[in-house]
Design a protein around this ligand. Structure first.
Ligand code: ATP
Ligand code: MG
Ligand code: FE
Length: 344
């Protein structure tokens, strides 16, 4: 089967054509960084308009490059949430229109399912069940991925997502937007000499917390009257080390609960971070498990992960109705308890 995927839930407009044999026939990813940079964060209304402007030409380019027509495609997959609702609606309505026009099945994909299954697009040897650390701009969760559509949440954040902590810390260190990659670059030149907290490390409870770490970065920054570039790099390195320690500690705790898993897997935008990848690889090795991380471009938002989730769902016979709703919130594991109302 051949599936067209459309992603528009945040500030990446992306389209891809992916075949069940894992070939990516063509893809486009357009980031909107310039549009949001001067606001220091993603502006939902600007994002929705940019998706609407870019989607049609990108679709034409992808079909043209792959040399296929809509008639050759077996299903149309579009992100239906969670995310910024204006952008989600633009992408989902486009997917529905194509599905209707071409009389092909629609697959309304959960963006998090796209991240969760993306490692299987890059790695044919990755089998269920696996322990997934899903770390992105809006989420920080540990999931036991038992199969397509079967995600058991073991932990989530009780306050900020880890990507959000990277972004906010980068902003208050004056490192620019988008913050995650900027902070990683700064940290590379620094030494982690600041003592920052590691919330919940060693705790019996399963969850994550990053708000205290971010506040500690703010206090450490405020304590310096005229920080040099060196000081900022050291503070960035200290933050990254602390965040990394939190992720490793919580993941180690979860590993003990799921002896059945065949691999430790990381996905989502923060999985592009080299220090975090390295630390998780060490953790997996210590547990005698393979470590799987998608290539960096597949970690941050893209169309191929949505098309691939579409492939997996199509093969499982799981397609949607044309009136599938766009959802601002959509937990991957609906059975998981809400944690202080945050981080579903
Ligand atoms: P979600 O997937 O939860 O809806 P999102 O789609 O906005 O959120 P992604 O595109 O998956 O998030 O990831 C973006 C996040 O990843 C941002 O918070 C960004 O700062 C972070 N990120 C990207 N690259 C890096 C990096 N090299 N180091 C740390 N964080 C990074
Ligand atoms: Mg983005
Ligand atoms: Fe994402």
């Amino acid at each position: 089967p051949l599936v067209l995927g459309i992603e528009s839930s945040c500030d990446e407009t992306a389209v891809a054509l992916v075949r069940a044999d894992r070939t990516i026939l063509a893809q486009r990813i357009a980031s909107q960084n310039e549009a949001h940079e001067r606001f220091g964060g993603v502006v939902p209304e600007l994002a929705a308009r940019a998706h609407a402007d870019r989607l049609a030409p990108m679709l034409a380019e992808v079909l043209d490059e792959a040399g296929v027509s809509l008639a050759d495609i077996d299903a149309i997959a579009g992100t239906a949430g969670p995310g910024l609702i204006g952008g989600v609606m633009v992408g989902l309505v486009t997917a529905k229109a194509l599905a209707m026009a071409a009389a092909k099945p629609l697959i309304a994909v959960n963006h998090l399912e796209g991240h969760a299954l993306s490692p299987r697009l890059a790695n044919a040897a990755l089998h269920f069940p696996y322990l997934l650390l899903l770390v992105s701009g809006g989420h920080c969760q540990l999931l036991c991925v038992e199969g397509v559509g079967r995600y058991r949440r073991l932990a989530t954040t009780i306050d900020d997502a880890v990507g959000e902590a990277f972004d906010k810390s980068a902003k208050l260190l004056g490192l620019g937007f988008p913050g995650g990659p900027a902070l990683e670059r700064a940290a590379r030149a620094g030494t982690p000499r600041f003592a920052l907290p590691r919330p919940l490390v060693g705790s019996d409870e399963p969850h994550f917390s990053f708000a205290g770490l971010k506040s500690a970065v703010l206090r450490a920054r405020a304590a310096m009257a005229a920080p040099t570039a060196h000081d900022i790099a050291d503070l960035a390195a200290s933050f990254q080390q602390a965040a990394c320690d939190c992720l490793v500690d919580r993941t180690a705790r979860a590993l003990a609960q799921v002896p059945e898993v065949t691999a430790l897997v990381v996905a989502g935008g923060v999985a592009a971070n080299q220090s975090i990848r390295g630390a998780l690889a060490d953790l997996a090795a210590a547990h005698g498990l393979p470590f799987v991380a998608p290539p960096m471009w597949l970690c941050t938002d893209n169309g191929a992960m949505i098309a691939w989730a579409g492939v997996e769902r199509f093969l499982a016979g799981d397609i949607d109705d044309l009136n599938a709703p766009a959802r601002p919130r959509w937990p991957l594991d609906p059975a998981a308890e809400a944690v202080r109302g945050a981080g579903v």
